[in-house]
Design a protein around this ligand. Structure first.
Ligand SMILES: [Zn+2]
Length: 404
């Protein structure tokens, strides 16, 4: 009897691993992010899966077959149609296969990759559907400003899409604040004669960090501001801080180094396939003189931003700090990263959410850009004062006009 029990125990033990391995894959959530030149579909998974992606024509479809999987997410929650994906459905062509079919509007180029779990995100399958014509158009539009005269300001709204950035106690996302302030700033710049804004990110989608650098370069930007809002555990911490790229070698400042590590992790959260971004310019080696010159002007820009942000809210550090931020990699462009405030502070979160305060922050960034261009001798002092006054007039007008 004892030996029979032992055999049963052994059999059970031997079977257990098999049971574990046969555990079914599960698609638990599906999200869709629409970028100007592609749409990204992200599937949350409970584990690593075997899958394949292929195209079917007449009508155009993208098919994703996932082995040993089921779906527990409701595809009806997706905001469809989007510019690429018209509709999405699923079925079981064989008992072991989960098939997801997307009806697409045009011949798109699919690309897919798996992301490992990180920062509270599970295994994810990312499927990017690129619109070839739109991608070409984007490249041309970005290059247009090459021939244009005037000052170009590249505005980089941090995070986006899969990457929410920091999240406030009332669930305000950093990616929303950064985009709102970026758009306000672009509005002021584009209303200023002789100036042009280029938004690196225009909506709620992720742009890889190195691609942000490439886009700033393509636009021949005269300066670049990357906009962020930080978070820490202590909820009473508040105030803005401004960063420039540190030269080679480790940064001594621990807090700045930790911040750079946090911001640089955006690619892993937002979803970047290795080798996704490759541009010879990114690895361009600059002469020492050139680099020093550019770091100096970034410093001047950073100081000027702190000076102006003082009028818009509290300041955390009264001098710029340095660290190795990937997004500040365009060393020939004076580039700074601005942490507008701490979204982790409930009072500051409320402020960051308010349209009025977003406008005030954008005005401060605009004023700082103007005074930077003045200091660099790119614009005349008198004309820029006239411009700031005209912006002030516009604001006055907007304030007096209830319909605006
Ligand atoms: Zn950030």
């Amino acid at each position: 009897m004892k030996s029979i029990m032992l055999i049963i125990k052994l059999v059970v033990l031997l079977l257990l691993p098999a049971v574990v391995f046969a555990a079914e894959g599960e698609v638990r959530d599906v999200r869709l992010w629409t970028a100007p030149d592609h749409s990204r579909v992200v599937f949350d998974l409970n584990q690593k899966v075997e899958y394949k992606v292929f195209r079917l024509h007449n009508p155009e479809r993208i098919v994703i077959d996932i082995e040993h999987a089921k779906i527990t997410s409701d595809l009806k929650n997706l905001n469809l149609p989007d510019p690429v994906v018209q509709s999405m459905r699923h079925g079981k062509p064989t008992p072991a296969t989960l098939r997801i079919v997307m009806d697409v509007k045009e011949k798109v180029q699919p690309r897919s990759f798996l992301l490992k779990p990180m920062q509270g995100k599970p295994y994810r399958l990312v499927v990017d559907l690129t619109r070839p014509d739109q991608a070409k158009k984007e490249a041309v539009t970005a290059g247009e400003s090459k021939s244009k005269k005037g000052l170009v300001v590249a505005i980089d709204a941090g995070h986006g899409g899969e990457d929410p950035g920091a999240v406030g106690p009332r669930k305000l996302y950093e990616k929303e604040v950064t985009l709102a302030v970026a758009k306000e700033l672009a509005k002021i710049i584009d209303a200023t004669p002789g100036m042009k804004a280029v938004l690196i990110r225009k909506g709620d989608y992720f742009v890889p960090l190195k691609k942000r650098v490439i886009l700033a370069r393509r636009s021949k930007a005269d300066l670049m501001i990357s906009i962020h809002a930080d978070a820490v555990r202590q909820r009473n911490v508040e105030g803005a801080s401004v960063y420039t790229l540190s030269e080679r070698g480790a940064t001594q400042d621990k807090a700045a180094r930790a911040l750079a590590a946090k911001e640089n992790a955006a690619d892993e959260i937002g979803g970047v396939e290795i080798d996704e971004v490759d541009d010879p310019m990114v690895n361009m080696i600059l002469g020492d003189m050139f680099r020093r010159d550019s770091l100096n002007s970034s410093q001047i820009l950073a100081e000027s931003i702190i000076g102006k942000l003082k009028d818009a809210g509290p300041i955390k550090y009264s001098t710029p700090k340095r660290a190795r931020f990937v997004v500040l990699g365009a060393m020939e462009i004076p580039s700074v990263l601005v942490e507008l405030d701490y979204i982790s502070n409930p009072a500051r979160e409320k402020k960051l959410k308010s349209r009025d305060h977003q406008r005030r922050l954008a005005s401060a960034l605009f004023g700082a850009s103007m005074s930077f261009f003045e200091k660099m001798g790119r614009i005349k002092q008198s004309s820029s004062q006239a411009r700031s006054e005209s912006v002030a007039d516009q604001k006055q007008f907007a304030a007096n006009s209830p319909t605006l």
